[in-house]
Design a protein around this ligand. Sequence first.
Ligand code: PMP
Ligand code: GLN
Length: 388
Amino acid sequence: MVHPVYANLPTTIFEAMSGLARETGAINLGQGFPDEPGPEAVRRKAAEETVHGYNQYPPMRGLPGLRQAVAAHYARFQGLDLDWETEVTVTSGATEALAAAFLSLISPGDEVVLFQPLYDAYTPMVRRAGGVPRLARLEPPHWRITREMLEAAFTPNTRMVVLNNPVNPAAVIFPDEDLALLAAFCVAHDVLAVCDEVWEQIAFDGRVFKPLMAFPGMRERTVKIGSAGKMFALTGWKVGFLCAAPALTRGLAGAHQFLTFTTPPNLQAAVAWGLENCPDWFAAMPGELQRSRDRLAAGLAREGFKVLPAAGTYFLNVDLAASGVSEADRDFCLRAVREHGVAAIPVSAFYEQDAPTHIIRLCFAKRDETLDAGIERLAAARAAVIGA
Ligand code: PMP
Ligand code: GLN
């Protein structure tokens, strides 16, 4: 029989909405992936490696060249001092990295603090690993971490906190003050932090992303997770990174070796090459996405939508209620994709308890014409229910 965690688990909202978009031919502003195919030089490198490179099992912890490039990348962008040999493991996407972290660091009955809204993969994986989720809740529009919420969530049984920063779907980047507060709680309660920082390279309006690992007392108790898919706008590539102190890395690698064991070496080699040779990509990407964010935000505002701020990620949220739409987020999204040819994600899918039902998430990593058509179709979906 199926394990209870999976027995009634619905298909993830991203696949469900993309499936409907494929079926109906709708514009897909739901699942987070770019219209553009990703940097050509990196894709050419992958092609060359596929044809002329080594395509048998690479080393279990990843190609040394990629692990060195990851350590160098995080030294350059985030001031971290990772030792590539003992502290960096390559995984098949951040998703596998999360699974390896939960399986290797959670024992049955351990409490795990998570923040709603949360990425939908977290709680099923935490529960399957034997963990007991303790949910704190971030509130719009600022989505701040507060002392009161941490005091309520942490107990003597807390083993781990899971932090996603920048946050999908809230599109917020936590201020230093909140990270310092969380770090102080982790240290005081002797708790590990699993940091899903896959959106780290996408920060707007001059913001500088800071990893939780860099805060006092966190270097030895943090597992930092990154994703080449997000760094290079190649979301299908599934190359992730686990960065942690040697004692944690031994456990993480132990889990990784029996989850996927390795990750395709052609893709690893291309990612290593990209990290070393594409400084222009990292310099230009946030600005281009910021321009797309602004185009989508301005277009939606013109059509009467109330748009929430987006400090990073590919995502912008719309407050339906404040836009004059009283329909629940899921109903609006189903109607929008079926009747108006545009897919979005209901933000209630990122909650386990007391979900708000008036916010939808849109992906703006798209060409101008896709955004413009999406705006028009969303406006039609709104007009149909407010009678405008
Ligand atoms: N965590 C978050 C917060 C994400 O948004 C995503 C994917 N968009 C992932 C993890 C998964 O990353 P990957 O595709 O590298 O597995
Ligand atoms: N993380 C992507 C998003 O938020 C989706 C990834 C997936 O489909 N699992 O849209």
